[in-house]
Design a protein around this ligand. Structure first.
Ligand SMILES: [Zn+2]
Length: 303
């Protein structure tokens, strides 16, 4: 049984009331962590990652309004790609939910609500539907997003892309797109995306990934360089300070004395940090007893 087969099995059994339903994350070490894209709806906060029977540390959670993916190179796609490449995500799941308010909002209603917030229509893009990625079916929205991710040049052929729909009332997961199956058939299509994906790629005009000139600078390199510069500067300052101390040797003792007094004052009057500044701050370790069981919130009338 593969990871998402076990997840769906555990979820369905838990929803049916099986208190022993769950999975052992250690059995799926090669398929974890999972990257999930869900909606921003706060009602989902209680469901994830519990509804998947996964521990939090194996769950990379991306959210946007309506779990929408518009183009193969969008901002959300960049995050998915980095979650795979940098954070080691092994499988992607686009998880929509029932009763999604983004789905229920029409363009007219959206424009009215934006107007109430002082947003001027003439400052918005012409095609509001396309820009916000508005949709009228939660299922179709998930299937479309999976299709775009599967064919995005940013996601390699080794990553399964699943589509699920969570019932907001029961927590039950509906497996709309089986990423293991689409993975087998997607290989030949990866290079030449067709349909809306191909059109979206063509719409990018001259943008050609193969010919793109990528800058040499790595992500985070600016920070490293800044760190190097600081270290160098600090070294120079230290050397300068030592030189100064040699020159002012006669007064060094009084300087030390003054420093001691300042330190004493600080100790006495400044609030102490609760954790030693030297010790790395670690989050509390919450042991998770295997197996992880999906926690399902039952609808109120069934309690
Ligand atoms: Zn939603």
């Amino acid at each position: 049984m593969r990871l998402f087969e076990a997840i769906i099995d555990a979820n369905h059994r838990a929803v049916a009331g099986d208190a022993t339903a769950g999975l052992h994350p250690a059995d799926f070490a090669d398929e974890l962590p999972v990257i999930a894209l869900t909606c921003i709806d706060p009602r989902l906060n209680a469901y994830f990652p519990n509804a998947l029977a996964l521990p939090a540390e194996e769950f990379i959670w991306l959210r946007n309004a309506g779990n929408i993916i518009i183009t193969p190179l969008s901002s959300t796609m960049r995050s998915l790609a980095l979650a795979c490449a940098v954070k080691g995500g092994r499988e992607i799941a686009i998880i929509g939910h029932t009763d999604c308010q983004i789905c229920k909002t029409t363009t007219t209603v959206l424009l009215d609500k934006l107007k109430e917030l002082g947003v001027e229509r003439h400052l918005l893009p012409d095609n509001i539907n396309e820009y916000f990625g508005m949709f009228s079916s939660e299922r179709q929205n998930v299937i479309k997003a999976c299709d775009i991710v599967r064919h995005s040049p940013l996601i390699g052929p080794k990553i399964p892309v699943h589509g699920l729909l969570l019932d907001i009332e029961t927590g039950k997961l509906d497996w709309l797109v089986n990423g293991y199956q689409t993975l087998e058939t997607a290989g030949s299509q990866l290079r030449e995306p067709a349909g809306p994906i191909g059109q979206a790629m063509q719409a990018l005009g001259n943008f050609n990934i193969g010919e793109m000139k990528f800058p040499e600078t790595k992500i985070g390199e600016f920070a490293t360089k800044a760190g190097d510069w600081l270290t160098k500067e600090a070294g120079q300052l230290e050397a300068g300070a030592a030189e100064t101390m040699r020159n002012v040797a006669p007064v060094a003792e009084s300087v030390q004395e003054a420093a001691g007094q300042v330190a004493g004052f600080a100790k006495k009057h400044w609030p102490r940090p609760s954790v030693s500044a030297q010790a790395p701050i670690e989050p509390p370790k919450i042991p998770i007893p295997p197996p992880i069981r999906p926690k399902i919130i039952q609808p109120r009338d069934k309690r």
